[in-house]
Design a protein around this ligand. Structure first.
Ligand code: NAP
Length: 311
């Protein structure tokens, strides 16, 4: 019997995972992937399709403990790949996260679809080259799919290297990032004048400035968008705690507040992929669920905003 066939059964299943906590056995965690195919969107510069739910690693994968501590995150990463995940985002800024991901990538199964994305975050051209080579070593890859300039840091120096590396096929795509509304003016002018494949910034139902600024530029210039802080670092769950979802969210196959937040983001026509971060299996499964089924249309998105603002 397909235990995910009805929303009630799916909810019961998710509840059982929640009850079991992060140490839940993850052998059954590929149910979403087995039952439906993940929603994908094209990267404008090539047309390559990318699953709309990726994963972040800031804080959640910054584990400094021993090997056993780090391997507690293996079921989280396994759940990501088992449910159609591809893009994993990291940065040298996230302390040990790149090393932890590299270690877990050696152990995880079904990782053929990995779309590796990290960042350069240092001053100086040569320092940037050394940092990126170090990241490659940590992930044990010959090339990254996406290399991003983190928070615009020394972007002119790194962009030169990234263009050369792309030509030499050491990376496939070039990107640049910011978050929580910082550097938007400068980022706008960079995007207008320099060629990028990807841009990453914050966007969620609570913080929507980019709808009128960066998202239209990305669309006009044919740049893929990666969305960070989809939950305002988790803060948005505080606002909805104990509040039931309205019945009409079933129309777009939404079963949790996490999926409500993520489906709002990925249903924007100019969003390519969102990268929620979690350290827990049941949250990963919940988040991956947002990458399947129907998504809200423009009218429903407006209804979601009004509903969220009324809470
Ligand atoms: N400038 C930049 O380039 C930049 C800046 C910011 C972020 N980023 C990237 O974007 C990623 C995402 O942003 P973020 O980490 O700042 O914040 P976020 O994804 O908005 O929030 C992460 C928090 O949400 C919680 N969470 C995740 N899924 C949940 C669920 N289904 N239900 C309840 N709680 C859930 C997590 O806690 P649990 O561990 O308990 O699940 C975690 O505390 C980062 O990890 C990073 O890769 C890039």
């Amino acid at each position: 019997m397909n235990i995910l066939k009805t929303p009630v059964k799916r909810r019961q299943f998710l509840k059982s995972i929640v009850a079991a906590g992060a140490s839940a056995p993850f052998l059954n965690s590929s149910l979403y992937a087995k039952n439906k195919s993940a929603i994908k969107k094209p990267i404008p510069s090539t047309g390559e399709l990318l699953p709309v739910i990726g994963m972040g690693s800031s804080e959640t994968f910054e584990v400094t403990g021993n090997r056993a501590e780090r391997e507690k995150l293996l079921p989280v990463l396994q759940t990501f790949f088992d449910n159609g995940g591809a893009l994993v985002d990291s940065s040298p800024m996230y302390g040990p996260a790149e090393a932890v991901i590299g270690e877990l990538l050696k152990l995880v199964k079904n990782r053929d679809n990995l779309f590796s994305a990290t960042k350069v975050w240092i001053d100086g051209k040569q320092e940037g080259i050394e940092q990126m080579l170090h990241s490659m070593k940590l992930w044990d890859v010959n090339r990254f799919d996406l290399m991003q300039i983190h928070n615009l840091r020394d972007w002119k120096a790194h962009l030169e290297t990234l263009r050369q590396w792309k030509a030499e096929e050491k990376i496939r795509y070039v990107g640049i990032t910011t978050s929580h509304g910082r550097f938007h003016d400068e980022l706008e002018s960079i995007l207008k004048t320099q060629p990028f494949d990807f841009v990453q910034f914050s966007y969620n139902i609570e913080s929507r400035d980019v709808e009128s600024r960066l998202l239209p530029i990305a669309r006009d210039k044919g740049i893929a968008t990666l969305i960070n802080r989809p939950f305002q670092r988790g803060g948005m769950f505080g606002r909805v705690k104990g509040k039931p979802l309205p019945d009409w969210v079933k129309e777009f196959d939404c079963e949790s507040w996490g999926q409500f937040f993520l489906k709002f983001i990925v249903s924007h026509p100019d969003v390519t992929c969102v990268i929620p971060a979690t350290s827990k299996v049941h949250h990963m499964l919940d988040n991956m669920g947002a990458g399947f089924g129907n998504v809200p249309d423009a009218k429903t998105r407006q209804r979601m905003i009004e509903f969220y603002n009324s809470l």
